[in-house]
Design a binder for this molecule. Structure first.
Ligand SMILES: Cc1cc2nc3c(=O)[nH]c(=O)nc-3n(C[C@H](O)[C@H](O)[C@H](O)COP(=O)(O)OP(=O)(O)OC[C@H]3O[C@@H](n4cnc5c(N)ncnc54)[C@H](O)[C@@H]3O)c2cc1C
Length: 290
């Protein structure tokens, strides 16, 4: 099918883009990598009157550590995350997730920010950002506000973004020593969306868990943060008992639906097993192991 007709805009600055979004209201949609939006247009699941393509705006494709945060710009693509030595060495959960997103063609164009704005409950980056306790900067022509990742997702394909706002930056607390992470994803075949996936991030301190982040993919109406599991780990030595307790709590936090990919019990059990494995892998990495 062909998309319904739309007006195409290619602003050269963020201010121009925000001005346009302000004028267009519900009729305007940001176009980043187009890997989710274009299929939706072609299937006519969405028919916005106007597309605001941000690809002509300079300096939006960045990943940098500055002022205590890892900052991700709106045009930073999945493939750049996959190739980043910074992520490989210090942000393991992101480095693990990047090569598991879709296929190389989609990774060439698709962006992390676009993925998060799209808010597919089966999308991988949302769970990663929940585990990392990220902040999202939402900008409109009248200013900007910062929303925690846990307050950003409202349900399937629904977020805190207003129609006149752009997700202008993702900020992740800068990695310190003794941090480790892991992303484990079960997919039916390479390039598929997750049946279940689990993101884990650990900050160790003096042999105990300083803080833990656990995000879940494809087991609820949105990416979920397993907050009780995280709280149960804080201040604990990461022994078998602590790992098993947290994995059980993460499985309880999951709200899976039965479908052709598996039953509720099966998916919940994958969350439990992946949380356990993820915590062990993250712990190894926090201690300097691979
Ligand atoms: C076959 C296939 C397999 C896939 N597999 C996976 C997978 O395994 N895991 C996974 O996580 N994803 C997967 N995806 C989705 C892919 O990762 C997309 O790249 C991503 O979801 C959207 O990023 P994008 O830059 O292409 O955004 P676009 O398609 O350009 O935009 C998506 C939505 O976000 C909005 N948007 C984009 N940028 C902004 C912004 N800065 N501010 C406000 N709104 C914005 C757009 O208006 C639109 O509503 C798959 C897609 C396909 C087609």
């Amino acid at each position: 099918m062909l998309p319904a007709p739309f007006e195409y805009h290619a602003p050269k600055t963020v201010d121009e883009a925000l001005e346009l979004l302000d004028q267009l209201g519900d009729e305007g949609k940001v176009l980043a990598g187009g890997q989710s939006l274009i299929p939706l247009l072609k299937l006519r699941f969405a028919s916005p009157g106007h597309l605001v393509d941000i690809n002509k705006i300079k300096d939006l494709d960045y990943l940098e550590e500055r002022d205590g945060a890892l900052r991700i710009g709106p045009l930073f693509r999945h493939k750049s995350a996959e190739r980043s030595s910074l992520l490989a060495s210090r942000y393991h959960v992101m480095a693990d997730a990047a090569p598991q997103i879709a296929d190389p063609i989609i990774r060439n164009r698709g962006t992390i920010v676009g993925s998060v704005a799209h808010a597919d409950p089966s999308g991988d980056w949302g769970a990663v950002l929940l585990a990392l306790d990220a902040d999202l900067v939402l900008r409109s022509s009248s200013g900007s506000r910062t929303v925690k990742a846990r307050d950003f997702f409202n349900g399937p394909f629904s977020t805190a973004l207003e129609p006149n706002e752009m997700l202008s930056e993702i900020r992740i607390p800068a990695s310190r020593s003794q941090t480790g992470g892991a992303y484990l994803k079960l997919e039916r075949k390479v390039g598929d969306f997750a049946t279940v996936a689990v993101a884990v991030h650990l900050q160790m301190a003096d042999g105990q868990v300083g803080s833990a982040g656990i995000g879940l993919t494809a087991v609820g109406p949105q990416n979920l943060k397993a907050e009780r599991a995280e709280a149960a780990l804080k201040g604990r030595v990461l022994d078998d008992a602590a790992i098993k307790e947290a994995a059980g709590l993460a499985a309880e936090a999951a709200e899976p639906k039965a479908d052709h990919r598996g039953s509720v019990e099966y998916k919940r059990n994958v969350v439990r097993v992946f949380t356990e494995r993820g915590l062990r892998r993250a712990y190894e990495r926090a201690r300097g192991g691979g």
